[in-house]
Design a protein around this ligand. Structure first.
Ligand SMILES: Cc1ncc(COP(=O)(O)O)c(C=O)c1O
Length: 411
C-alpha cells in the first residue's frame, strides 16, 4: 500500500527527507555537540570561505544595493528583460561571439533551463541521455515531466572519457526515439570536476554529426553551471566555436546560471541560450520556451536580471566582478589541487578531476563508508557510484586531511 495520504505518488519514489539536507543537519548537530573544530562538512554545494561563511562577491552586493524598488519589485517579461537577454549572452560566451542564431530566455537558475529543455525537446516517455556520474536533480526533473534518465559510461578502464559508450547510447536512443536530448555538464562537472578536453569535444560532435543524419532532432544541453570556476575564463570557453559547426537538426542549448558565477544562488536567475543554424529554429526556441515558462514559473525574478545588465553596462563594475571572482576561483582551484595531491600521496583513487566545486571517489559501498566517516566528523555525500566531496565548502587544510580519512574508512 502506498504511504501517501492525499498526494498522488505518480510512479515517483519521494524520500521523507532530502539526502544531502539530512547529512548536513547531522553535521550541524555534531558541531553543536562537539564543536566546529571536530567537524568537516564537505556536503554543501555553495562556495564557502575558510571560516565556513558563504562567499558573496562584494561588487555584486554593491550593485544590488544600488537597485531602485522597480528593479526588483516589478515583473520582468516572461523571457527576461531585453538588457538581460543581451548581457547573459556576454556572460555565458565571454569574448566569443557566435555566428549562429542565438536567442536567450531567462529561467529560474540553471535548473529552469534544464526543465524547459527537457519539456520542449523531448516527448513524454523519452529517455534523456547523460553520463553515469550525474547531478541527481536531472533525474527528478526528467521524472516530473514523465521522462527518465539513461546513462553512458563516463570513463573507460583507462580513465579516459568513454566516447565508445557515448556513441553507442546516442545511436541506440536516436534509433528508438528519433529525437534525443543529451545533457553534458562541463566544464567542472558535478560531481566529478571533469571538463571535456578539446579532443573529447571533437569526438562528441563527430558522433552527433553522424547520428543526426537519421534523426529528427538532437539537442545538446551544455550545463555550464560551473563555467566561471573551471579555470581560465577564456580557456574554458574554447569549445563554444565548435558548436557552430553542426547540422540544423542538432541544436546546442547552453544552460547558464548566476547562482555560482555571480554568487546569486537565492535570486534564482539563469538563462537558456540556443545556438541555432537557422532563424526559424531560434524563433521557435524562444516561442516554445517562453510558453513553457508561462505554464510553470511564469516570469523569472527580476532582481538579478537587472544586476547582470548593470554589470555589463559598466566596464569598471565588470572588471571588479571578474577580478573578485578570479581570486575566489584561485582559492577553489588550490583546494582541488590540494585534494588531488593528497589523494595521490595516500593512494586514494579519485575520478578524473580538473576543477570545480566537487571531487568524487569511486567506491563499492558509499552509504556504509560515509556513515563510518560521519562518526569521525567527516560529512560527505554518498552517490550511486561513490562518494562526493565538496571542496567548495571546506578549507585547503581540510582538503589535505580528507583523502587519508576516506582511504582509512575504505580499508
Ligand atoms: C550540475 C548542476 N547543474 C545546474 C545547477 C543549477 O543550479 P541553479 O538552478 O541554482 O542555477 C547546479 C547547481 O547546483 C548543478 O550542480
Amino acid at each position: 500500500m502506498s504511504d501517501y495520504i492525499l498526494a498522488k505518488q505518480n510512479g515517483r519514489t519521494i524520500p521523507s527527507e532530502d539526502k544531502i539536507f539530512g547529512i548536513s543537519s547531522r553535521a550541524k548537530a555534531m558541531i553543536a555537540k562537539e564543536g566546529a573544530d571536530k567537524v568537516i562538512n564537505a556536503t554543501i554545494g555553495s562556495l564557502l570561505d575558510d571560516e565556513g561563511k558563504l562567499v558573496v562577491l562584494s561588487s555584486v552586493v554593491e550593485a544590488v544595493k544600488k537597485l531602485a524598488p522597480a528593479d526588483f519589485a516589478d515583473y520582468a517579461p516572461i523571457g527576461g528583460t531585453p538588457g538581460f537577454r543581451e548581457a547573459v549572452k556576454k556572460a555565458a560566451f565571454g569574448s566569443f561571439q557566435p555566428k549562429t542564431f542565438t536567442e536567450a530566455v531567462s529561467t529560474p537558475g540553471g535548473t529552469g533551463a534544464i526543465r524547459n529543455t527537457i519539456s520542449n525537446y523531448s516527448r513524454p516517455g523519452d529517455k534523456i541521455l547523460t553520463s553515469d556520474w550525474y547531478w541527481a536533480p536531472y533525474g527528478t526533473i526528467a521524472g516530473e515531466l514523465g521522462r527518465s534518465i539513461e546513462t553512458y559510461r563516463m570513463f573507460d578502464e583507462k580513465g579516459a572519457f568513454d566516447i565508445v559508450s557515448f556513441s553507442a547510447k546516442v545511436k541506440e536512443l536516436v534509433l528508438a526515439q528519433k529525437s534525443l536530448v543529451i545533457i553534458l555538464n562541463t566544464p567542472a562537472h558535478n560531481p566529478t570536476g571533469y571538463s571535456l578536453s578539446d579532443q573529447n569535444w571533437d569526438q562528441v560532435l563527430d558522433v552527433l554529426r553522424q547520428e543526426s543524419a537519421g534523426a529528427g532532432s538532437i539537442v545538446l544541453l551544455v550545463d555550464a553551471a560551473y563555467i566561471d570556476f573551471a579555470g581560465d575564463e577564456e580557456e574554458c570557453r574554447r569549445f563554444f566555436p565548435k558548436l557552430e559547426q553542426l547540422p540544423p537538426n542538432v541544436l546546442p542549448i547552453v544552460a547558464y546560471s548566476l547562482s555560482k558565477t555571480y554568487t546569486l544562488y537565492g535570486t534564482r536567475c539563469g538563462a537558456m541560450i540556443c545556438m541555432a543554424q537557422t532563424e526559424a529554429i531560434a524563433d521557435e526556441f524562444r516561442r516554445v520556451c517562453e510558453f513553457s515558462s508561462r505554464g510553470s514559473w511564469s516570469n523569472s525574478a527580476k532582481l538579478a536580471q537587472v544586476v547582470l545588465t548593470r554589470v555589463y553596462e559598466d566596464e569598471s563594475l565588470l572588471e571588479q566582478v571578474t577580478q573578485e571572482r578570479a581570486e575566489f576561483r584561485e582559492m577553489l582551484l588550490r583546494r582541488g589541487r590540494a585534494f588531488e595531491e593528497e589523494a595521490e600521496r595516500v593512494g586514494l583513487e579519485i575520478v578524473p578531476f580538473d576543477a570545480g566545486f566537487f571531487v568524487s571517489i569511486p567506491c563499492e559501498k558509499p552509504d556504509v563508508i560515509s556513515r563510518k566517516l560521519e562518526a569521525e566528523g567527516l560529512f560527505i555525500v554518498p552517490l550511486a557510484k561513490g562518494l562526493r566531496v565538496s571542496v567548495a565548502s571546506v578549507s585547503e587544510e581540510a582538503c589535505r586531511k580528507i583523502p587519508a580519512m576516506v582511504k582509512k574508512a575504505m580499508e
